[in-house]
Design a protein around this ligand. Sequence first.
Ligand code: G6P
Ligand code: MG
Length: 216
Amino acid sequence: MKPACIFDLDGVIVDTAKYHYLAWKRLANSLGFDFTEHDNEQLKGVSRIESLKLILRLGDKQLDAEEFEAALVRKNACYLEYIQQIGPEEILPGAAAFLNSARAQGMKVALGSASKNAVLILERIQLLDQFDAIVDGNKVSKAKPDPEVFLKAAEELGVAASDCIVFEDAVAGVLAARHAGMKVVGIGAANVLDQAHFVLPNFAGLSITDVLAKFA
Ligand code: G6P
Ligand code: MG
């Protein structure tokens, strides 16, 4: 069967990872501790709730249920403020052309993201109609590195897990793809994403043919 592509969103297709980081940093600072870019690596790909739990552990801070809920709302409000202005110019280098190259080969394409804001972002960057299936944070109950999001995407596409190639910028996402029994291409730093089959710095100048050749 023809392989299918499953793309993560934040940090793979669009440059929103930096806004998630800034929003979490603001929240951490308001709670009285700092949150570095190094700490942030652990949060990439991780759901909003799990991210907050991790941040509170890093800051050695406890919140009661009500404060926890309020912190989630505050972080998302801050994130939405940051992404208010985004448009197609925030698509990462080469990502739109790469996606197109897969579609042009007749491959199916899905989104597999933990974000509950995924559809809003795809609308803003004008790529919503480029996906055959969208599985986002509203459709899954288990956060990456659980494979649920990618397995659901494969199911919606009607493709076997072993025929899917996942594109991920997060350690948790690479592991989720591995746990799903899929091929995974890391997007970012090779020393961070060392569980991926191989890593690309970004999609600039690449097409799906280059990736298929690596798996041949
Ligand atoms: C993505 C990002 C994470 C983010 C998660 C939930 O996976 O990499 O940093 O926490 O989505 O996003 P949301 O938009 O629902 O808060
Ligand atoms: Mg990501």
